[in-house]
Write a protein that binds this ligand. Structure first.
Ligand code: FES
Length: 261
């Protein structure tokens, strides 16, 4: 497929089997089979776009023009429609990612408690004093062992453990500049330190596959500890003191749910 064909997808794609893929496609029969399996989960094929974008990212480490064309073809959408979605969400990367994606929360609470300092420290530690790593830049060769893409992120929904960072979306709570440096050094050595909560650490592409289609691995992926004492403290206090939410009044007329078309 030519660059022109990849980038100007005004027409809708229709190549839904492996024989229809362009010769230089990075996606093979296994990716097509997984895509068909994902699409079959939804009443309307276009609803499978988000997992399909994760699927192409699991192959290439980012959403390339090939990935956009693949999704468009599988879902019979235009590449413009796929691009509009892929460029809206920050989890879809425009440049190849490292073996690991390190996301440092620099939103208000984490920033005030050390998140900004952690991010600044990792920028120079993974880059250099003269050339600190920028947002979504990679230390090492993307995809090779020990390569790390660094990004700053907005609230990672773990403010009770601030400052936090994530590696491939797994949580490392209550971080300091020292613990963050130790963590990325371990990743560069090929180690996979256990996250504070959640699933065992894999790598960016592995997690992308889980997000897309982790049919068999989902139970293992979510089997780790998730909630913690700090998160559950409010519910525990309410339980101890017999507090409950006010009951819903009887005979409340709820608006009808819109019919699905
Ligand atoms: S501000 Fe960092 S997790 Fe909410």
């Amino acid at each position: 497929m030519t660059a022109d064909a990849l980038s100007h997808g005004a027409g809708r794609g229709t190549a839904t089997d492996v024989d229809s893929l362009p010769e230089d496609s990075p996606f093979g029969a296994d990716t097509v089979a997984t895509a068909r399996e994902i699409i079959a989960r939804y009443p309307q094929s276009r609803s499978a776009l988000l997992p399909l974008l994760h699927l192409v990212q699991s192959v290439q480490g980012y959403v390339s023009q090939h990935g956009i064309a693949f999704c468009a073809n599988q879902l019979e959408l235009s590449t413009a429609e796929v691009s509009a979605v892929a460029t809206f969400y920050t989890m879809y990367k425009r440049k190849p990612c490292g073996e690991h994606l390190v996301s440092v929360c620099t939103n208000t609470l984490c920033a005030a408690l050390g998140g900004d300092a952690i991010y600044d420290k990792l920028r120079t530690h993974l880059g250099s004093e003269d050339k600190p790593l920028g947002h979504e830049e990679t230390s090492g060769t993307p995809g090779e062992q020990g390569s790390i893409t660094l990004e700053h992120a907005e609230c990672l929904a773990a403010c009770d453990f601030a400052p936090v960072l994530q590696v491939n979306y797994e949580y490392y709570d209550n971080q300091t500049t020292e613990s963050a440096v130790d963590l990325v050094d371990a990743l560069r050595r090929g180690e996979k330190p256990a996250p504070t909560r959640g699933a065992p650490l894999t790598d960016f592409r592995g997690v992308e596959y889980q997000l897309a289609a982790g049919f068999d691995t989902a139970a293992e992926a979510v089997g780790g500890p998730s909630a913690s004492a700090a998160t559950l403290r409010g519910a525990q206090l309410a339980n101890e003191r017999g507090w409950t939410a006010p009951a819903m009044p009887d005979n409340v007329d709820l608006p009808p749910a819109p019919e699905k078309k």
